[in-house]
Ligand binder design. Sequence first.
Ligand code: ZN
Length: 102
Amino acid sequence: MSKSRSVITLIHKLPAPTKIIQGSLVVYRTTCYRPGACHCHKGKKHGPYWYLSMRRGGKTKKVLIPKKKLPLIQRYLHNWRLYSHLIRQIMETNLELIKKEV
Ligand SMILES: [Zn+2]
């Protein structure tokens, strides 16, 4: 397959930009402010609570994710990993094409 054709093939494999999110899922279990009165202080903590942790402009932003949205978020995160992997491959192929043209 020619290099320019392989770029087109890679482009077709890109996940839709409307279905990608960059970040990582973080899980928290917490204790509340009722020591002695709540099970969380006897080992059974509240949660799990899922957060999407995102680096934005040098800061980390955390967004609480409802449990029912977890599979969707996981799919979007997977799509981002695939997207960035494919974009890197496309850029490397582009560079090879440019080198050949010189
Ligand atoms: Zn508690």
